[in-house]
Design a binder for this molecule. Structure first.
Ligand code: WTA
Length: 657
C-alpha cells in the first residue's frame, strides 16, 4: 500500500530519522527498565509468554478473590484475570495506606482564581472518597449503574471518579466544555442514573454554567434521559442555580454524616469501571468501555515504566479528567502507583501566559506531561513568560494526544527541559486504556517526532489493506496483533459497532485507525488517521458529528467538514456549507458557529466556513473530501479530479475563498 496521501507531506517535513538524542545516564541508574538490552529482554519475555508476564505483574493488585486464569481470548472478546475480584479505588488508596503511606501527599490542587490551593494525603483522599461513596450508595446507586460526571478540574472530580469505582458504579465523565445536547446524548446512551456536577466552573475569570447545562440536558427533547434520578451539585463558584426538589442535592448534603471509612466493593475483574465517549467515523460518539482489573494494571504499570515514578515525584499531567489522559495519568495510573499528583483547574494563559511556569516554580513538580498544542502555544506566547522562572524541579517531560513536530520537540527539550530532561512522546488512544508506544527514559534513544518503540506486552504491526504486513519503511495501517490488559472491552451497548470498527477490516487484529511507518531502527512514526476523525488541539472530533450539527440548522442543506493544517492546533476545522435559505454572509457564519457550539461544544466550532452552491461529489455521490481538504488548506489541487460531476463547483468554491 502506498503511503497515504494525508501522511505523505508529513513524512517529508517531519521525519528526521537520523536525529537521535541518547538516553540520560542519570535515569538509567535507578530506572525499572534501565537499558535498551533490559527493555528488549522484558519485551521478548512479554511477547513470548503473555500470560506468565501479566500474572507476575498482577500480584501487586489488591485481590479480594484470586483469579483462576490470566487470559481468556476469544477475539474480539478478551477476559483478563478471569473470576478474580478487586477494586480500582482500593488499588489507588487503601493499598498505600496499608503499606504505611497514608501520610504521603496524594494530590495537590491549584485552583483558577490565583491563590486557591488544597492538598490531600492518601488518608485524607481515602476519607473523602469513602464519604462520597457511602453517600452515593445511600442514594441507591448500584454496582453496574452509570453515573455521569460533568465537573470542573476540582479535587471533587477525582473524588467522584474514585467513589464510583469504590461502589462499583460505572462513571462516564463528560468534558466540561461539552454542550447540553452532548450531555443529553451521553446520558441517554449510557442510561445514566445520576449526574454529578457543580454550580459552575471558572474559566479565565468567567463562570461556566455547568449546572444549567445539566438542567438543559435533562430537558432535551432529542435525547430524553428518563433514567436520571439524581443530580448532585458541588458548590464551587457560588453562582445562582435552580435546584429541582426530589432530584437535585448538594454535594455537601450527600456527604454530611457519612463515614470516613467505607469498604470497597469486591468487583469482578471484568466489571466495567468506566465508559468514556469519544468520536469515531460516524456522527454518534461511542462509549468506550474499560473494565476493572486489566485497566488498573495497565494504567499503573505504564505509569511506572514510562514516567519512571519514584517516591519523591510530583507528577503534573495537565489533561482534564474529561479525556482519557485524565483518567489514566491524572487519576488511576499515578495513584495506583502511589505517586503524588498535581492538578490545576485553570487555563494556561490566565491570568497571564506564564501561568504554568509560575505553578512549576511554586509547586515544584518533577514530571510534566502535556499536549503538543500547548507546547506550540507556549512557543508562540514567547520567552518573556519563561525567562527567569525556576523550572529546575523538572526531570522528565512528556507529550500526548497528537504528533509533535520536531521544532516543538526541540524547543520543549531545550527551553522547558533545560536540555537535561528526557522527553517521552507517548502514542495511545481512548481505546487502548493507556500508553502503547513511548520511549522509556533511561533506555530508549529518542528521535523528535517518533513515539519510538512499543511497551512490553504491546505487539504492533503495520499492514496493507489486505491485512498483510508491509515492508519495513513502508506506510500502512497500524494494528495490534495480541490483546493487552488495558484494551477496550467494547462500545457501550453496541457490540456490532465494536466488532466492525476495530476487528473486521483486518480480521482478528485490533485496528487502531492510525497510519504509521517504521524506520530502519524499527521506530514508529504516526502519520495521521485513516478515517475522518480530526485531531484538533489534541481533541478527537468526528467530521460527521460536525456535519450533523450543521445540517440541523434550519438554513443548511448540506455540509462537509474537513481538517486543515494549523500551526498551533495541529489541525483546524474547515466546513463547506450549501444553503437552503438565508444569506451567505458573516451573520450566518456567526449563527452557524453558535449552533455548533450548542450542539457539540466550543471545541468543535469551525475555524473556516465556506459557503458553496453545491459540494463536489463523485459519480457515486460521495463527497470529495480530498479535494475539499486541498481547498481548505489552500494547496494546489492534486490527484485525479476527473470524476467530479460538476467542475463549476470547484470554480465556485475558489471564488468564495
Ligand atoms: C492521536 C489520546 C501521534 C492518534 C491519548 C490517536 C497521536 C488519537 C499520539 C487518539 C502521538 C495520540 N503521536 N498521534 N504521540 N497520541 N495520537 O483517543 O491519531 O483522544 O489515534 O487518545 O490521537 O486520541 P484519543
Amino acid at each position: 500500500m502506498a503511503v497515504p496521501e494525508k501522511a505523505a507531506g508529513r513524512v517529508a517535513s517531519v521525519m528526521q530519522e537520523d536525529r537521535v538524542f541518547p538516553p540520560s545516564a542519570e535515569f538509567s541508574k535507578g530506572a525499572r527498565i534501565g537499558s535498551l538490552a533490559d527493555y528488549k529482554k522484558i519485551y521478548d519475555e512479554a511477547a513470548s509468554d503473555i500470560e506468565g508476564f501479566w500474572h507476575s505483574r498482577a500480584q501487586d493488585l489488591p485481590w479480594m478473590k484470586p483469579y483462576s486464569k490470566v487470559l481468556d481470548w476469544q477475539p474480539p472478546v478478551a477476559k483478563w484475570f478471569v473470576d478474580g475480584h478487586t477494586n480500582a479505588s482500593a488499588a489507588c488508596l487503601d493499598q498505600h495506606i496499608a503499606a504505611g503511606k497514608g501520610d504521603k501527599i496524594a494530590m495537590v490542587w491549584v485552583g483558577e482564581p490565583t491563590g486557591e490551593r488544597r492538598e490531600f494525603t492518601y488518608r485524607q483522599l481515602h476519607a473523602e472518597v469513602c464519604r462520597f461513596a457511602a453517600g452515593l450508595e445511600k442514594l441507591g446507586v448500584k454496582p453496574g449503574e452509570v453515573v455521569s460526571i460533568y465537573m470542573p478540574m476540582t479535587p471533587e472530580l477525582v473524588i467522584a471518579m474514585l467513589a464510583c469505582a469504590r461502589i462499583g458504579a460505572v462513571h462516564s465523565v463528560i468534558f466540561g466544555g461539552f454542550s447540553s445536547e452532548a450531555i443529553a446524548d451521553r446520558n441517554q446512551d449510557a442510561k445514566a442514573v445520576a449526574v454529578i456536577t457543580s454550580d459552575g466552573g471558572w474559566r479565565r475569570g468567567a463562570q461556566l454554567p455547568l449546572k444549567k447545562n445539566v438542567d438543559d440536558a435533562l430537558k432535551s427533547k432529542a435525547h430524553p434521559a428518563t433514567t436520571v434520578k439524581h443530580v448532585i451539585v458541588l458548590k464551587r463558584t457560588g453562582q445562582a442555580v435552580d435546584m429541582v426538589p426530589g432530584r437535585d442535592l448538594w454535594w455537601h448534603d450527600v456527604v454530611a454524616g457519612m463515614p470516613a471509612d467505607h469498604p470497597p466493593a469486591a468487583m469482578d475483574s471484568e466489571a466495567p469501571l468506566f465508559i468514556l465517549y469519544t468520536s469515531g467515523s460516524t456522527g454518534k460518539p461511542k462509549g468506550i468501555k474499560h473494565t476493572t482489573a486489566g485497566y488498573i494494571l495497565w494504567a499503573k504499570t505504564t505509569s511506572e515504566w514510562v514516567f519512571d515514578l519514584r517516591e519523591e515525584d510530583l507528577f503534573w499531567c495537565t489533561a482534564d479528567c474529561g479525556w482519557i489522559t485524565g483518567h489514566s495519568y491524572v487519576t488511576y495510573g499515578p495513584l495506583a502507583a502511589g505517586a503524588s499528583i498535581l492538578i490545576y483547574e485553570g487555563a494556561p494563559n490566565a491570568p497571564h501566559e506564564g501561568r504554568f511556569w509560575e505553578i512549576i516554580e511554586q509547586e515544584k513538580p518533577t514530571i510534566f506531561y502535556t499536549a503538543p498544542t500547548a507546547i506550540r502555544s507556549f512557543m508562540k506566547w514567547g520567552m518573556q513568560h519563561i525567562e527567569g522562572r525556576d523550572l529546575s524541579s523538572l526531570r522528565l517531560l512528556g507529550t500526548v494526544g497528537e504528533g509533535i513536530n520536531p521544532e516543538a520537540w526541540v524547543w520543549y527539550h531545550e527551553v522547558i527541559g533545560g536540555k537535561r530532561c528526557p522527553i517521552v512522546d507517548t502514542w495511545w488512544q481512548t481505546e487502548t486504556g493507556g500508553i502503547m508506544m513511548s520511549p522509556l527514559p533511561g533506555c530508549t534513544p529518542t528521535k523528535p517526532g517518533s513515539c519510538t518503540l512499543p511497551l512490553p506486552g504491546v505487539c504492533p504491526e503495520i499492514v496493507d489493506a489486505a491485512g498483510d504486513a508491509v515492508e519495513q519503511g513502508e506506510g500502512g495501517w497500524l494494528v495490534m496483533t495480541k490483546p493487552w490488559p488495558g484494551m477496550l472491552r467494547g462500545i457501550w451497548g453496541d457490540d456490532e459497532r465494536f466488532q466492525e470498527t476495530y476487528w473486521s477490516r483486518v480480521p482478528g487484529k485490533y485496528l487502531a485507525g492510525d497510519n504509521a511507518r517504521q524506520d530502519k531502527d524499527g521506530y514508529y512514526w504516526i502519520m495521521g488517521r485513516i478515517d475522518d476523525v480530526l485531531n484538533v488541539a489534541g481533541h478527537r472530533l468526528s467530521t460527521i458529528e460536525i456535519e450533523s450539527a450543521l445540517v440541523s440548522h434550519p438554513d443548511v442543506a448540506e455540509a462537509a467538514a474537513v481538517g486543515r493544517p494549523h500551526d498551533v492546533k495541529g489541525e483546524a476545522v474547515a466546513v463547506f456549507v450549501t444553503l437552503k435559505s438565508g444569506e451567505p454572509n458573516d451573520a450566518l457564519k456567526d449563527a452557524l458557529r453558535k449552533h455548533v457550539r450548542q450542539q457539540i461544544g466550543a471545541l468543535a466550532v469551525p475555524d473556516d466556513i465556506h459557503f458553496s452552491a453545491t459540494l463536489p461529489k463523485t459519480r457515486s455521490g460521495k463527497i470529495m473530501r480530498r479535494l475539499l481538504r486541498d481547498i481548505a488548506a489552500g494547496r494546489e489541487t492534486v490527484g485525479d479530479t476527473t470524476t467530479i460531476e460538476d467542475y463549476t463547483v470547484l470554480a465556485k468554491l475558489r471564488d468564495d475563498e
